[in-house]
Write a protein that binds this ligand. Sequence first.
Ligand SMILES: [Zn+2]
Ligand SMILES: [Zn+2]
Length: 284
Amino acid sequence: MRIDLHTHSTASDGTDSPAELVRKAADAGLDVVAITDHDTTAGWAEAEAARPAELTLIRGMEMSCVGRGVNGYPVSVHLLAYLFDPADRGFAAERERLRAERVDRLRAMAEQMAADGLPIDPDAVLAAAGPAAGRPHLARALVEAGVVPSVNAAFTDLLASDGPYYVEKADTALRRAVTMIAEAGGVSVLAHGRARSRGRLLDLQDVRDLVSHGLGGLEVDHPDHSAQDRATLRDLAGECGLLMTGSSDYHGDNKTIVLGECTTEPAQFEKLVGRATGVPVLAS
Ligand SMILES: [Zn+2]
Ligand SMILES: [Zn+2]
């Protein structure tokens, strides 16, 4: 069984439509794939309709949260949410707030760039970005306008968190997100928890505290994790009785990672499914 539990479609910042994503997952020899777009379930219906019969589909999402870093600083944390009930009132309202927040924030950044004379049209950027608007959309507009040579260059300069145009997001507090996912019948898994290239790291003590609030697991095998990172997370999962997943974090052509680059052990997958009560696994 080949199981990849973290992928993105055009419903957020991937380049494959949800239908293309499930077809490519089957073509890549995966038995199970999860669709986990940022802060939205907008890709679920299309992925479900296009699912090849031999592919098992897990409906999920990757949530942007704020946790506590070493020294107590706030850190941006991604939390995977699997098989939750999308109609759960509290969780649905929070997703709606996050979507509005994403759009407002991207507009503020684009408008400041335009005001400073950069060749950026905020309306065009927002229209192209759609509901899961994020910095990658603005980065691509900057590349197309010839302001920066690459998306990466945009992120290390104009769009950096200590750069001139950065606007803070009011993300969900990590503990609250863990609680909401559990209440919606879902299973939460901390995404790429040791990926230093993404900024300051979450305090591991914070992870221990989350277990009693319903945290389900840790993403151990991820392309951004070193062997040492994986060992650290594996130890922590063992200590806390958490699930361990492995996933590609596939984004289509936006990254060089391929589907199934990292995978989840079948026994861990079965445990995850066994804990979820929100929506069923889609299998033939
Ligand atoms: Zn992420
Ligand atoms: Zn991701």
